[in-house]
Design a protein around this ligand. Structure first.
Ligand SMILES: NC(=O)c1ccc[n+]([C@@H]2O[C@H](COP(=O)([O-])OP(=O)(O)OC[C@H]3O[C@@H](n4cnc5c(N)ncnc54)[C@H](OP(=O)(O)O)[C@@H]3O)[C@@H](O)[C@H]2O)c1
Length: 320
């Protein structure tokens, strides 16, 4: 960035509205380099949540950049037709999929075994799938749905993929989090959201806070292995998820929302750029490192981090 764009970037960062909307993207993206053609050729990219919204665009662009693309999806019909669309759009036929309901840890464990069996290399893992339920819902395994899908699943899937990522290094893990995280800390004594009135947005924000913390913990644990771990929040993006899960927010913000292409840019940049490959354990937005805390909320201690890891390990241990 030059001095002028630095100044604009700093100004935008002072306001959530400026930073998260399409305005922020348009101003910041002036002068960005396009991702070079072929940037992902011979790289295996494994992504969750590609059958909708931001994930679809990440998958399409990764395929266009030459990736060996592997999608984890829960809906066979949707992922089959997505594969057909992506092959037609990009000419890349090396696109495969694995079926799993990521809200069920038994399913995440099973699909992890299948992926490890099927993929000799994994160079990029994108944890992107998300759910934002309006009511507290328990999975058949007894976990609150948002906690299960948005936090326990990426914990389990990523841990199961770690050895393969290290063997494939240089490799990158990209966790898609949310600016909603800024409003919440961990609820370590109530990870399954049993206390108080349920709010889907709070459950979602807590899970994303947890995923940010795991990002830093994996980064520490993987230091020196050639595997980097970063998180990114895409801003406010017009996707089926936002339209259906938070309709009032959608109605109020619609004209200012980013397109899925704009929302996917930093994920693809993190997967490909040399600059991003030099960093680990960071939160990114619009191709720059951002603070994990906007308010004095959610600042965790080392003991909190360890307690989270322990709790997730116990949950996964009991279910797999
Ligand atoms: N859109 C925004 O404004 C915004 C803002 C901040 C952060 N983000 C983050 O960006 C990422 C993508 O968001 P989005 O808005 O594009 O989401 P979306 O349109 O709701 O898509 C969610 C994806 O996750 C999949 N998924 C949900 N539950 C699953 C399960 N149990 N098993 C397997 N797959 C499951 C969905 O599969 P189906 O197609 O089968 O439903 C879909 O592919 C998320 O991590 C989100 O937190 C988005």
């Amino acid at each position: 960035m030059n001095a002028t764009s630095d100044r604009w970037d700093g100004l935008l960062e002072t306001s959530v509205v400026g930073s998260f909307t399409s305005l922020g993207y348009k101003i910041r993206s002036r002068g960005w380099d396009a991702i070079p053609a072929g940037a992902l050729s011979d790289r295996t990219v494994l992504i969750t949540g590609a059958t909708s919204g931001i994930g679809t665009i990440v998958a399409r662009e990764a395929a266009a950049l030459g990736a060996r693309l592997r999608i984890v999806a829960r809906n066979v019909d949707k992922v089959r037709s997505l594969r057909d669309e992506l092959v037609a759009a990009t000419g890349n036929e090396d696109i495969g999929y694995y079926i799993a309901d990521l809200s069920l840890m038994s399913d995440v464990a099973r699909v992890s075994d299948e992926i490890l069996e099927g993929e000799p290399d994994i160079h990029v893992l994108v944890n992107n799938a998300v759910i934002l339920p309006s009511e507290r819902t328990l999975t058949t395994e007894g976990l609150e749905l948002s906690h299960a899908t948005n936090l326990v699943a990426p914990f389990l899937l990523t841990n199961r993929m770690l050895e393969r990522l290290v063997e494939s290094a240089p490799a990158r893990i990209i966790n898609v989090i949310s600016g909603g995280m800024y409003t919440q800390g961990l609820a370590l004594d109530d990870l399954n959201y049993e206390e108080g009135d349920y709010s889907g947005s709070i459950a979602y924000a807590r899970a994303k806070r947890g995923l940010m913390i795991l990002t830093k913990m994996w980064a520490d644990r993987l230091a020196g292995t050639g595997v980097t771990v970063n998180a990114t929040h895409p801003g406010w993006v017009d996707t089926p998820g936002v339209r259906n899960s938070i309709p009032t927010f959608y109605r109020l913000t619609r004209p200012a929302l980013r397109t899925p292409e704009q929302g996917s840019d930093t994920i693809l940049w993190l997967a490909t750029s040399d600059r991003a490959g030099q960093e680990t354990g960071k939160l990114w937005h619009d191709r720059a490192i951002r603070s994990e805390y906007r308010f004095k909320i959610g600042i965790e201690t080392t003991a909190d981090r360890n307690q989270l890891w322990q709790a997730l390990s116990e949950t996964v241990g009991a279910l797999t």
